[in-house]
Every structure is written in C-alpha cells, then in structure tokens.
Ligand binder design. Structure first.
Ligand code: SF4
Length: 237
C-alpha cells in the first residue's frame, strides 16, 4: 500500500469539481420539508434510500405526518407504516423519541429547535435516543441548513482508497479532514456529501470500477489496481 498523504484544500476542491462534472448537481436532500428530512434521516439508517420512499408515503397515507401525530400514534401503527424501511421496531422507537423531544422541548416545532447555534444543535440531537453522528449531521445540514459536514461509510472508504491520511479511525477524524480544509459553506457541504455518496454507490463500490473513474489519476488504490499504464492511456499520467 502506498504511503498515505495529506490532501491539500485545493485537492479536496479538485475532487469536488471532478465529481460535480461527472454527476451534475444532485439536489439533495430528496424531501419537501425539514420534517421530511428528519424522518427520512432516521429511516435511512442501515438501509438504502429506495426502501425509505415507500415508508414515507405510507406514513403520509396513515396521517402520521407531524411530530404530535407520531408521538400520539400507537407503536404497532407506526411500525406498520415504516415497515418497508426495515429495522422497523427500532426505527419506530427512534421516531417516537425524536417526536417526544420536539413536542416536549420545542412545542412541536423543529424550526424552534433549529434556532440553536450549530454546535449546540448538534449536541442536543446527539442526546436524543437513536440519533448518531451521521443522522445528526444529516439533520443539521439538510434540515436546519447549517454547516456540519456529513460523513458516511462511502466517504470513509473513498478517503481510504484515495490514500489520504486521517488522524484516526473515528467518524470525527474523517469529518475533520473535510471541515478543516473546506470553506464553511452550507451549499458546498450539501453538494459534496451528495456527490461522494453517489460516487460510492455507483463507482467506488465494494468492488470499485476504477477503469473510467473520474478520480482515477488522483487515487492511490485506482493506480494500484489498474497500474500506471492505464493512467498513461487516459492521458493524465
Ligand atoms: S479509482 Fe477506483 S478506488 Fe479510486 S476512487 Fe475511483 S473507483 Fe474508487
């Protein structure tokens, strides 16, 4: 394995521009309201988005579309509505815990919650049962429109494959690699995470499709997989 390198801020932006040119804007998060972002962020834990959409539709059809209604619903009714998203018992409890948090502490208004400063907001979210770092950052960035760079398994895997040095193995270590180098900018954070996610889902998969990857010449693993010859053929060597 080649030696790890410290990516420069310029390199991070180069990766961003390449991914943007490759995929175009991804218009995240796919939701019509901050409420829907939060519910979606909980339901998408440990599953793919395609299983979340039907669960959201079923919640709307079951009239479970406010925090008060989620809190008041009988648990089996909520479980049945979100069944397509998997892990439905745990996710039903998470939604009820979040509903209780917003209803009891912010009078049912996530807008009141979002008035908190970014770091305080993140801490308060992490204090809700079932809300981990990635979900909290999804909510801060995509629902509250505040700057918190979202990390996920795809991004961590791509960082490792690119050969970038990370100060540790934790979520926060990978997150810092981006937040310390990028300008604090909500639209940039928004699009960057969406693009990396798309790249991880379609190209840099468990079995990466390095041939033709738009990051190939920047990637230690890609060069190792395909060799310098392919790089020369691409005209980037
Ligand atoms: S070159 Fe291969 S390993 Fe590197 S980012 Fe692209 S798909 Fe992933």
């Amino acid at each position: 394995m080649p030696r790890k390198t410290n990516p420069s801020p310029e390199l991070l932006m180069q990766v961003y521009e390449r991914l943007l040119a490759d995929q175009g804007p991804r218009h995240w998060w796919p939701a019509e309201s901050p409420f829907e972002v939060i519910v979606g962020a909980v339901l998408t834990q440990n599953t793919q988005w395609r299983t979340v959409s039907p669960a959201l539709d079923r919640m709307k059809a079951a009239d479970l579309w406010t925090w008060e209604k989620i809190l008041a619903a009988k648990t089996p009714v909520l479980v049945e509505a979100i069944r397509p998203a998997g892990y439905f018992n745990g996710k039903a409890r998470k939604l009820k815990e979040f509903a209780s948090f917003v209803v009891n502490e912010f009078e049912g208004s996530q807008d009141a919650l979002f008035e908190l400063d970014t770091s305080v907001l993140r801490e308060r979210l992490l204090g809700v049962w079932g809300i981990g770092e990635e979900t909290a950052d999804d909510i801060v960035l995509y629902a509250a429109n505040k700057p918190s760079f979202v990390m996920d398994k795809y991004t961590m895997r791509i960082v490792d494959r690119l050969g970038w040095r990370v100060s540790g193995k934790k979520y926060a270590d990978y997150q810092r690699l981006f937040s310390e180098r990028l300008p604090v900018d909500v639209p940039l954070y928004n699009e960057y995470h969406a693009l990396v996610d798309g790249h991880g889902a379609k190209v840099c998969r468990t079995q990466p499709k390095c041939a033709g990857c738009c990051l190939f010449d920047l990637c230690a693993t890609g060069k190792g997989n395909l060799g310098q010859n392919a790089l020369s053929l691409q005209g980037r060597g």
